[in-house]
Design a protein around this ligand. Sequence first.
Ligand SMILES: [Zn+2]
Length: 639
Amino acid sequence: MTDPAPLTLPAADAYLPWVTASTESLLADARAKAEAIKTSPPATALATLEAWNELDIALGNLSARGELFSEVHPDAGVREAAEQAALEARKLSTELGLDTELYAVFAGLDADGLDAQATRLLEKTLRSFRRSGVAADETTRARIKEIRDRLTVLGQTFARTIREGTRSIKVTPDQLAGLPADWIEAHPAGEDGLVTVTTDYPDAIPFRTFAHDETARHDLLVASLTIGYPDNVDVLREMFGLRAELATLLGYDTFPDFDAEVKMIKSGAAIGEFIDKIADAALEPAQRDVAILLERLRQDRPDADRVQSWDSAYYAELVRKEQHDVDAQLVRTYFDFGKVRDGLLAVTGRLFGLTYTPADVPVWHPSVTAYDVTRTDDGAAQGRIYLDLHPREGKFKHAAQFTLTNGVAGRQLPEGTLVCNFPTGLMEHDDVVTLFHEFGHLVHHLVGGHQRWAEFSGVATEWDFVEAPSQMLEEWAWDADVLGSFATNEAGEAIPAALVERMRKADDFGKGYFARTQMFYAALAYRLHLENPEDLVARTRELQEQYSLFPWVEGTCMPTSFGHLDGYNSGYYTYMWSLVIAKDMFSAFDADDLFDPAVATRYRDVVLAQGGTKDAADLVEEFLGRPYDFDAYAAWLAE
Ligand SMILES: [Zn+2]
């Protein structure tokens, strides 16, 4: 069987007709396939599933192109057309999920003689129909469709408002004191003599970490935490209300119950319990480290009684520098973007047995690079990746992996894109960790993208497992040998192992209060979906005070720019849940040889390459030789 060819993208200026035409043809194709299953049902269960798989491929391609290009294309007209494509894909998917005739075909299939994977696919398909509401009466189905279509529009509005809602503050040049020289150089004063600092990560993260000026740090934090405010308040309230109504119509007590049913965690109540379990485990280390921050803060402001959010990154940096001898400004001299990108490819190539070959193909922006990925041992095609790693106007503001195509064996290769916002020059070490994290999703998408069924392709496990492979890969960005292999300064000297050792110790500082802040976010996502509070700001404030060790900041409304509220919905706890599993899986690797091929290959083949063909708990158990547990995480938190 020859490998399918990767998708050919149009030239950067020919996207509009391409998006429009491909939306039309993929939609028509998917509709025709659904119609054919209904009007002339295939003779066997297997043939029906195969026809369904073809529909899945068409719909997946439509949705992926829409979602990717609505977030990355430099031309607003193309972003809009792509948004429309994603909207059409969701609409059709809702329509199919509520199609009683289609459901009748699948419900009537005889599963006898299907192999294990086909049986799994049939079960998941029937469950998905039930969760779509196909069994409800006609009036209810009509209302469900209305709700789902409206939720898609609300989700797009929510994301667009964030993406296009970058804010900025103006400061005097002397308020830049403390920032790295190259950062200051890249931020000259305008004609009014003032310097503009935006809320985009490459501006905001260094500013909050290094700027000595408290007022400016405060102002930038408030600007960041008011993105989408107040526009997104009504959007969120309507979204939470509709999700709750949807869950009720489908027979669930709460939206989180509906959301959690198909995840490892299983129930809404378990989300609340998990959040409190982590918050409890983290309280003592959190209080200990915040006390250290406060002590250091009082050297500057003797009357301070709390550490504020706009102080936390700045004083954590000072503690790391003064008490752990880690100077982030020295550290970043070792992380030139180009070297880091090449290093990442070398490290993951060695670890997972992959070879990346630069592909000279059309891309949507000149800063995007493409690579063809093959297996190093037998040269088998693994797919194609695109790296879109620098900020620009109108582009997605965070860091994520976007699917371009889902791989299906013999049918189409998996292709994925990293969309991030890194500087083009020197990076913070945190950026390097983020890059490894996101690449973990990309490798999962590629290596797991060789399934027979599109439904199980790539990152297709339960959603609360998906952060485990990427959080585990972060560990490689903390290893002295790994970093030493690519992180060199201008003089060509590798980052010293002793410095990396101190960085690790310094990074441990703050993990308790970081976990509490994460549980604040998780509680927000869970509680807002449960309660849909009338006063979003007041409830945010209460939850911040309950979970975070840093007080609420007057004038802010974090949820209006909390993009995960659409996508992860009530499941932001996922990150911590996955981290517990990631710490456990990492314990199987030899700390002195992270590249041990026996472990790395087993991990690749037993966990990543399986995609969604098995339950995540089973994948992990097969890799570890036992069920996963809380021990490795608890030990890490306490140490
Ligand atoms: Zn992630």
